[in-house]
Design a protein around this ligand. Structure first.
Ligand code: SAM
Length: 342
């Protein structure tokens, strides 16, 4: 007698396309925040809540456009909405109003204007393994970084302040710090503000240094800074520093480059001096965290040999160079900082 076939149920009955469908619009929050910041919508709400028509008038935008964007921002909880009026949340008040010290509008603009167009070539980059624009080379990279390193000041300043407070004491006199690939000099500035009398040598590519100088001047720290133009592997770092910071630069090249820069930094420190490294750290298996894995793809898109590294990889390179007491320091950044002593 023939057996009745047993109908197989799908193994995972609750599988839904929801997450993938939502991902289609994954780009939208960044565009919404960038457009609203640049149109002055958050600025217009700094003094209090407003209705759609008031915001449309104050920001010189259409009522139709304002309505759609305001509703989406409220839905995403970047604005509040009560009795038909929109207001700032604690988050948008702190980070999206122009003129606030932690304003992130520049970072949003950089994402939408510079990063997204490069990601548009992702398929081709994955196929070839080569970035559309290799910004690890000074010829292409210096101009690229000069346009946005100032925008990295606000997102990195809180981390830099925690580091500066942690390293506030125990420096020899006169104390000197090294800010490598300084960019906005965010780490050097935080140290100069926290450690009395410390001088800072800021090194970066020639076309970036004018931006570095300008920001240092805004903090009236010109006399405490020395600027060195050039590539990290070519320039003389100098010596006798009690602290050296490698802020968000190890990921711009492959492991051999990172090891050479770490060794050169070791040679520039006094015995007992501290190296601090800011990076987007991945876990040992490279299964997370997602922002660091996405940042690794960002490195594929922009660099010939860049990547994100794990604490184990970086601490191995530090020990190989001679550093001891490798540890992490929790900071309000994408990952903890890595510290070690010569
Ligand atoms: C992502 S930014 C980080 C800037 C800053 N340290 C911070 O944490 O905000 C990277 C910086 O490294 C600089 N840079 C990249 N490769 C470099 C190299 N080979 N030599 C010197 N500077 C380099 C760039 O010009 C840029 O200012």
């Amino acid at each position: 007698m023939m057996q009745t076939p047993v109908l197989e149920r799908p193994v995972e009955t609750r599988v839904t396309p929801e997450r993938i469908i939502q991902t289609v619009y994954g780009f939208a929050p960044a565009y919404l925040l960038d457009a609203a910041a640049r149109l002055g919508i958050f600025d217009a709400l700094a003094d209090g809540s407003k209705t759609t028509s008031q915001i449309a008038r104050d920001c010189s935008v259409s009522a139709r456009g304002a309505k759609a964007v305001l509703n989406a921002l409220a839905g995403l909880k970047f604005l509040t909405r009560e009795n038909g009026a929109y207001g700032l949340t604690a988050e948008s008040a702190a980070f999206l109003v122009r003129g606030k010290p932690a304003y992130l509008g520049g970072l949003l603009r950089h994402g939408v204007q510079s990063i997204v167009p490069h990601w548009a070539h992702l398929q081709e980059t994955v196929r070839t393994g080569k970035p559309a624009v290799p910004v690890n080379r000074e010829a292409e990279g210096a101009g690229y970084f000069a346009t946005f390193v100032a925008d990295l000041f606000a997102p990195n300043f809180a981390s830099a302040q925690v580091l500066a407070k942690t390293l506030a004491s125990g420096h020899p006199s006169p104390a000197a710090a090294l800010d490598l690939a300084a960019g906005s000099a965010v780490f050097g500035i935080a140290l100069a503000l926290e450690v009395p009398g410390i001088t800072v040598t800021a090194i970066d590519w020639k076309d970036v240094i004018p931006v570095t100088r300008k920001i240092v001047s805004q903090f009236k720290l010109d006399e405490r800074f020395r600027f060195v133009e050039g590539d990290l592997l070519d320039v003389d770092f100098g010596s006798d520093y009690s602290v050296a910071v490698l802020g968000q630069v190890l990921h711009t090249n492959g492991p051999d480059w990172a090891r050479r820069v770490i060794k050169k930094t070791y040679d520039a420190l006094v015995p007992g001096g501290t190296i601090a490294i800011a990076e987007w750290l991945v876990n040992d298996d490279r299964t997370g965290p997602p922002p660091s894995l996405i940042f690794a793809v960002n490195m594929l898109v922009h660099l010939e040999d860049g990547d994100t590294y794990s604490f184990s990889e970086i601490s191995g390179w530090l020990r190989e160079a001679g550093f001891k007491s490798v540890r992490t320091l929790d900071v309000p950044g994408p990952s903890p900082l890595i510290l070690a002593e010569k």
